[in-house]
Design a binder for this molecule. Structure first.
Ligand code: DGJ
Length: 544
């Protein structure tokens, strides 16, 4: 038994050495006991980010006044577009002015960068491809709309398009390594942007049809067979209905219809993106991901950008693009829980690169990081003037104080919650306790109790010792129950706390009205904070 343990330790050590050798950037995505960590030089980092509006990185002067504002929001990372048309305005002539400028400015403001490679596709279209490519449809074939007219979308089957993208992306990564490998300002890269086919569920052309009518690639078949029992149900069911066929065309394997068109297109998007990713990683092996435009309810592939890295085809993307580290959802809808639940399947690490920048972001950041163990969060158009910046700054301030606990996994249990009028209360079990977490407006005497609209509120809870919790957030009330009905749990002490580089600074003792005379802990709507709670237990029945 002892030898077995030693042997597995040795194997684990070898595996981590091999992994470290494979990774030439010093930035890695890892899972420690199922908890995802982004490591920079071995140190966990939590992305408190924001994505720039599409055009804001096309001129370094434009953003100069904005950096201060980003710092005031407690951002530690900016998601920055890199535009292929401006990087390679003439074939094989590269201009790194914007790259160098953004890196220099980020460093000056003590921030990290995630580059967004606006390459072959940006929101389905190919608007950021260089003009010398757009003008040469013979060399760089385009897709067609339903009437057969050429669209400004490069075909996934364009071999020269792929080679050109690989070359440009590899050049970007080589340059980034040259100027940044020591400082590691750039920590991650998004490959392409919201890939997806419009307005048809797949490409229709002679070339596309010949691939579509061919047998399924053996590489995909072996993946399906190997992962048969772990496929997402949406995909498995389609395959099962066709009796798990393994040596046939796309329609005989998955059935007729637009959903199969989507699977087909997703495979070729994934293969293409994988090659671009590999070309970049070969130069500089930063973690890389793709992002997805989430469909509106009731829409079919082609009515929404078909075949992007969406939940129903996540197996296809994972099979076709194993070089990618994550598939990430972009949120412009309110169904945060629904989509996040889908994106943490198949061992996918959650990172939210885009979210509509509104007041709910402040609560959603707590929830997404606390509940889904996301490695980061990032509202879109972060530099824009927006009143949502104040609540987000309050959340990010707290999250950066708690980062040493969260990212280093200095907790026994961690969870996050999101509350509104429809979702008023939730119970979270941690150790021997049930924590009943409710919207502050559930208290009849709270300011929002009688309003028709309740603010979206949220928070994060870390159990730091069996009877100790750090609770942070806004607009919430928490009560504590013992899971053993023979015991009652009460508050021993509640302290307002803050942290500087992990060092605790004690604030007020929150007894009396602040904890409702020992009944609960509370953050009012509009207040943000961290409270440290100690509990004690006593028998439920005492024979006096
Ligand atoms: C999602 C895209 O990924 C962004 O680049 C931007 O176009 C936003 N949509 C706009 O809402």
């Amino acid at each position: 038994m002892r030898y077995k343990n030693i042997l597995s330790l040795v194997l684990l050590f070898c595996a981590s050495v091999i992994h470290a050798q494979n990774n030439n950037s010093g930035v890695q995505l890892k899972k420690a006991d199922g908890f995802p960590q982004l490591l920079i030089n071995g140190k966990p980092f939590l992305i408190l980010g924001g994505e720039l509006g599409n055009s804001s990185a096309s001129n370094t002067g434009y953003l100069k006044p904005g950096w201060k504002y980003l710092q005031q929001m407690y951002l530690n990372t900016v998601l920055v577009p890199v535009y292929w048309e401006l990087l390679e305005p003439e074939e094989n002539k590269f201009d790194f002015t914007l790259i160098d400028g953004m890196i220099a400015d980020a460093r000056q403001h003590n921030m990290k960068i995630v580059f967004l490679w606006f390459g072959t596709w940006k929101n389905s279209m190919s608007c950021y491809a260089p003009l010398w490519m757009k003008k040469n449809a013979k060399r760089f074939p385009r897709t067609q709309d339903t009437s057969g007219r050429s669209q400004e979308i490069f075909s996934v089957f364009g071999k020269e398009t792929l080679e050109a993208d690989k070359k440009a992306f590899a050049t970007l990564m080589r340059h980034t390594k040259e100027i940044d490998a020591n400082e590691k300002t750039v920590i991650m890269v998004q490959v392409e942007n919201e890939i997806g086919m419009l307005p048809t569920p797949r490409e229709f052309s002679k070339t596309a049809d010949s691939y579509f009518n061919a047998k399924l690639p053996t590489e995909l078949i072996s993946y399906l067979q190997k992962n048969k029992n772990n496929l997402v149900p949406e995909l498995r069911e389609k395959w099962e209905k066709q009796n798990f066929k393994t040596n046939d065309t796309w329609t005989t394997t998955f059935g007729e219809g637009v959903l199969t068109d989507e699977i087909f297109q997703a495979w070729y998007y994934a293969k293409y993106t994988n090659e671009v990713t590999l070309a970049g990683k070969k130069e500089y092996d930063l973690p890389m991901y793709v992002n997805a435009a989430l469909p509106r309810p009731g829409k079919l592939p082609g009515q929404y950008p078909s075949a992007g890295p969406l939940p129903q085809v996540m197996d296809i993307w994972q099979a076709g693009a194993p070089a990618l580290n994550m598939l990430s959802p972009d949120f412009y809808n309110p169904n945060t829980k629904y989509w996040c639940d889908l994106y943490v399947r198949n061992n996918n690490t959650l990172f939210v690169p885009e979210m509509q920048f509104d007041k709910t972001c402040a609560a959603k950041a707590f929830f997404i990081i606390g509940h889904y163990k996301a490695i980061g969060f990032s509202p879109f158009s972060i530099e824009s003037e927006n009143s949502a910046y104040i609540p987000l700054a309050k959340t990010y301030d707290i999250m950066q104080q708690l980062t040493p606990f969260i990212a280093n996994k200095q907790w026994l249990n961690m969870d996050g919650f999101l509350l509104d009028k429809q979702n008023r209360s939730t119970t979270i079990k941690m150790g021997q306790y049930n924590l009943v977490v409710s919207h502050e407006a559930t208290l009849s005497w709270s300011s929002e109790a009688k309003d028709s609209v309740w603010s979206t509120t949220g928070g994060i809870i870390l159990q730091t010792a069996p009877d100790e919790f750090l609770i942070a957030g806004t607009g919430v009330v928490v009560t504590f129950e013992n899971t053993d009905k023979n015991m009652v749990s009460n508050i021993a002490a509640v302290d307002e706390v803050s942290y500087e580089n992990g060092k605790e600074i004690k604030g007020r003792r929150m007894n009396g009205d602040q904890d409702h005379q020992g009944r609960h802990i509370r953050f009012s709507v509009g207040d943000w904070g961290i409270q440290k709670v100690q509990l004690y237990n006593s028998p439920a029945k005492i024979d006096n």
